[in-house]
Write a protein that binds this ligand. Structure first.
Ligand SMILES: [Zn+2]
Length: 701
C-alpha cells in the first residue's frame, strides 16, 4: 500500500468503478436484494452550483442508501434536477440585467430556449458535483422536472382536481411583486416590520386611520366592529363624504374583523388592494374597485394622480387632503408588518386578478380535504417526522391553511392546462378541436409539480417502478421546506395515489459557519463543498457534516473541523496499512485466541449492534462519533499497539490469533465506516488479503 491516501487520484477512479458495477441501479443488484428501500432525492435547482447545504443532504441520504444496500435492501436513490420556476427566473433575470437586457422585451419562445440552455448547462455541472460527493444514486433514472412524463402527470393531476372541484379560477386578491411582475403564494411572502406614518382622515362625520391614503379612491365601504357602541348609529347607513375627486356616498358596515382599538375603530374598506378588505368585501358583497395597476402605479380612476407611483401618490394625497382640511392628524412612527417579496424585498402589492387556486380545506364529495388527509397521515403515525417535535409545527401550520394560488406570471414553468374562449373554460392538456381557444398564459407554481415528485418520477400509475418502490421509505430534506414541499407532497400524493408518498421524513437544519453565523455570499463565509472536498477529501467533508449534526437542528462547520476528519482518514489509512502489511498469508496455523482477543472481538460485536441500531433510528451523528472514537482511540491506539509484538512473535498460533483478530476488527470497521466515508474504505477493502473480493458497497452488513 502507498504511504498516503491520495484522495484526488483515487476518488474519481472509485466512483467510476461503482458506476460501472451497475449497483447504483436496484435492478442490477444481486438477486438476494429483494425488499426495496427508496429515497427520492430532492432535486437541486438547475440554476447554480451545489452549496454546502446540498453536500449535507448528499451525505445523509447517501449514508442511508449505502447502509440499506449493505443490509441487503433493493435500494433506489433516484436523482433529479429542478427547473425551479420562479427561483430560476430570478437568477436568470439577474443575468439578463448584467447583460443590460430585460425579460419583458424578449419573445416568450426565445426566452424559454435561453433558459432551457442555461439550466441544462448548470445541470451537467451539478450532476458531476453530486458524483464527486460520492452520491450512489441511480443515474439511469435521473429525472428533470420538465421531462415530458412529469409534465404529463402534472397536467393529469390538474385536470383531475378540476373535475373533483378542488381547483377553481377566481378573481382573488393575490400577492403581486411589481419588480418581478408575478404573483407569489402566501408562503413566498416575507413580512418585515416597518415604521410608516399613520394618517387620520375625515370621512364625513367619521374619522379613520390608515397607512395607505392613496388607495382611498378604491374604497367601497367603511367598516366598524359590530360591538363598538361609539358607531352603532351609523351601521347600515350611507354617509356622504368629501374626497379629493368630489363628493361620494359610502355605506357603513359592521364586521367582526375590525379592531376597535386600532386608530379610531373605523376603517376604510378597499377590497381591490388589501387582503383583509377583500375578505370583508366578499362577506358584504362589496364592489371591487381597482385603482392600482400591475405596474404599481395609480390608474385613470384616480383623477390627477393617474400614473403616479404609490410612494409619490401617498405623499401627494396626504398633502392635498391637508390642504382641503380632510387630514385630521398624522402619527409619524406607526409600526406595522409589511408583506414583501422574499427574493427582492419589494413591497408586495395586493391586487385582484384571475388566478387558479387549489382548495386546501374543502373536501370533494365523499372524500377528505387535502389538508385533512395529510393531517391524518401524520397524526396516525403513517408518516413519521424526524425529529418528532416537527409534527407539532406541521399540524399547527396545517390548521391555518388558505387556498393555494398556483398561477405564476412567468415563462419558466409548466404551462397551465386551461383554455379560454369568450367566457368558457376548458381544462385539459390539449386544446379542444374547435377554433378560438386560447391557453392560459401563466405557468404553474413550481411546487405544484414538485409536490408530485415521488409518484411522478416513479411512473404512476402503471409503471413497474411505482409498483416496486412506492410508497418510498424516506424523504430527507431541509426543515425550511417542510411547508413549501413536504406538506404538499403528502397532500398531493394522498390525493392522487391514495397512498402516502413516504413513510419517514428526516428534516435537517441549516449548515452554519464556526461562529454559528448563517452562511451567505454577502457575509463572505461561504464554504464551497467541492473546494474543501478537493483539499481534504470527500470522506472528511462527509464526516464533518455528520458528526454533531442532529435532525432538525442547525449544525456548524469549519475548515478546522473538516481538516480534523482528514486526519481521521489518514489514521484509517495508516492503521489499515499496518494491519494489511503485517498479515502473513502463508501462516497456515490455527489461531489460539487469548482472553484479550476474545474481549476485543466481543466489544466489536457490541459496537456493531450499537451502530446498527443508531443507523436504523436515524441517529447518524451518534453512529459516526462512536465509529470515530472506536477506530482511533480503541483500535488504532490500543489494540494495534498491544498486538505489535505478537505479530513478530515466535509463537505461531499466537501470531495467527493476533493477525486474525486485527484483520477482523479492521474489516468490520471498514464496513461500518463505509456509509460515512465511502472512498477510503472502498479503496482499502480492495487491498485486503484473501482475494478475490467483491466491492465493499454491496458487502453484507
Ligand atoms: Zn420580487
Amino acid at each position: 500500500m502507498e504511504s498516503r491516501f491520495d484522495h484526488q487520484a483515487i476518488e474519481p477512479k472509485i466512483y467510476r468503478r461503482w458506476e460501472k458495477s451497475g449497483f447504483f441501479n436496484p435492478d442490477k443488484l444481486p438477486v438476494t436484494h429483494k425488499k426495496s428501500f427508496t429515497i427520492i432525492m430532492p432535486p437541486p435547482n438547475a440554476n447554480g452550483a451545489l452549496h454546502i447545504g446540498h453536500a449535507l443532504f448528499v451525505t445523509l441520504q447517501d449514508l442511508m442508501i449505502r447502509f440499506q444496500r449493505m443490509r441487503g435492501r433493493k435500494t433506489l436513490w433516484l436523482p433529479g434536477a429542478d427547473h425551479a420556476g420562479f427561483e430560476t427566473q430570478v437568477v436568470f433575470d439577474k443575468k439578463l440585467e448584467k447583460e443590460k437586457r430585460n425579460r419583458f422585451q424578449i419573445p416568450r419562445d426565445k426566452l424559454w430556449q435561453e433558459m432551457w440552455e442555461f439550466t441544462q448547462a448548470n445541470r451537467k455541472i451539478m450532476e458531476n458535483q453530486l458524483r464527486e460527493l460520492g452520491a450512489s444514486c441511480d443515474w439511469s433514472r435521473n429525472t428533470f422536472t420538465l421531462d415530458p412524463k412529469i409534465i404529463k402527470t402534472t397536467h393529469e393531476t390538474f385536470t383531475q382536481m378540476h373535475k373533483d372541484g378542488l381547483l377553481y379560477r377566481g378573481e382573488r386578491i393575490v400577492n403581486w411583486c411589481v419588480k418581478h411582475q408575478t404573483t407569489l403564494s402566501d408562503l413566498e411572502v416575507k413580512y418585515v416590520e416597518r415604521e410608516d406614518p399613520l394618517y387620520y382622515i375625515k370621512y364625513g362625520p367619521l374619522t379613520l386611520a390608515t397607512v395607505r391614503p392613496e388607495t382611498k379612491f378604491g374604497d367601497t365601504a367603511i367598516a366598524v366592529n359590530p360591538k363598538d357602541k361609539r358607531y352603532k348609529k351609523y351601521i347600515g347607513k350611507e354617509i356622504e363624504i368629501e374626497t379629493l375627486i368630489g363628493k361620494a356616498k359610502m355605506k357603513v358596515i359592521a364586521d367582526a374583523v375590525v379592531d376597535p382599538h386600532f386608530g379610531t375603530g373605523v376603517i376604510k374598506v378597499t377590497p381591490a388592494h388589501d387582503p383583509t378588505d377583500f375578505e370583508i368585501g366578499q362577506r358584504h358583497k362589496l364592489e371591487i374597485r381597482e385603482v392600482i395597476g400591475k405596474d404599481g402605479r395609480l390608474n385613470e380612476k384616480t383623477g390627477p394622480y393617474t400614473g403616479m407611483k404609490i410612494s409619490e401618490a401617498r405623499q401627494r394625497v396626504a398633502e392635498d387632503m391637508k390642504k382641503q382640511g380632510l387630514l385630521v392628524k398624522t402619527d409619524s412612527n406607526y409600526k406595522h408588518s409589511v408583506a414583501t417579496c422574499y427574493k427582492c424585498g419589494t413591497t408586495l402589492e395586493p391586487l385582484v386578478m384571475p388566478q387558479w387556486f387549489v382548495r386546501m380545506t374543502e373536501a370533494p364529495k365523499g372524500k377528505k380535504s387535502l389538508r385533512d388527509m395529510a393531517v391524518d397521515a401524520v397524526k396516525s403515525g403513517k408518516i413519521e417526522l424526524i425529529p418528532k417535535r416537527m409534527e407539532k409545527v406541521f399540524l399547527h401550520w396545517m390548521k391555518n391553511l388558505r387556498d393555494w394560488n398556483i398561477s405564476r406570471q412567468i415563462v419558466w414553468g409548466i404551462k397551465i392546462p386551461a383554455w379560454y374562449r369568450r367566457d368558457e373554460i376548458y381544462v385539459g392538456a390539449e386544446a379542444p378541436r374547435e377554433a378560438g381557444w386560447k391557453q392560459d398564459p401563466d405557468v404553474l407554481d413550481t411546487w405544484f409539480s414538485s409536490g408530485q415528485w415521488p409518484y411522478a418520477t416513479l411512473n404512476y400509475p402503471k409503471g413497474k417502478d411505482y409498483k416496486t418502490f412506492y410508497p418510498t421509505d424516506m424523504m430527507e430534506t431541509g426543515a425550511d421546506i417542510l411547508f413549501f414541499w413536504v406538506a404538499r407532497m403528502i397532500m398531493l400524493g394522498l390525493y392522487r395515489t391514495g397512498k402516502i408518498p413516504f413513510r419517514n421524513v428526516y428534516l435537517h437544519g441549516l449548515v452554519r459557519d464556526k461562529d454559528w453565523q448563517k452562511i451567505s455570499k454577502s457575509k463572505g463565509n461561504v464554504i464551497d463543498p467541492l473546494g474543501v472536498a478537493e483539499i481534504y477529501g470527500t470522506d472528511a467533508l462527509r464526516m464533518a457534516l455528520t458528526v454533531g449534526n442532529m435532525p432538525g437542528s442547525d449544525t456548524a462547520i469549519s475548515e478546522d473541523k473538516i481538516r480534523g476528519y482528514r486526519n481521521f482518514t489518514t489514521k484509517i489509512w495508516n492503521a489499515s496499512r499496518f494491519v494489511i502489511s503485517s498479515y502473513d498469508k502463508k501462516l497456515k496455523v490455527r489461531p489460539r485466541y487469548t482472553k484479550a482477543d476474545r474481549a476485543h472481538l466481543k466489544k466489536l460485536q457490541e459496537i456493531k449492534k450499537q451502530v446498527t441500531s443508531d443507523l436504523e433510528k436515524f441517529r447518524f451523528h451518534h453512529a459516526a462519533e462512536t465509529l470515530y472514537h472506536y477506530f482511533w482511540h480503541t483500535f488504532a491506539d490500543k489494540i494495534i499497539e498491544v498486538n505489535k509484538s505478537r505479530l513478530q512473535g515466535d509463537d505461531l498460533a499466537d501470531r495467527a490469533a493476533a493477525q486474525a483478530a486485527l484483520l477482523e476488527i479492521l474489516e468490520e470497521n471498514l464496513k461500518m465506516l463505509h456509509p460515512f466515508m465511502p472512498y477510503v474504505t472502498e479503496e482499502i477493502w480492495a487491498r485486503l488479503p484473501h482475494k478475490p473480493r467483491g466491492m465493499l458497497m454491496i458487502e453484507k452488513w
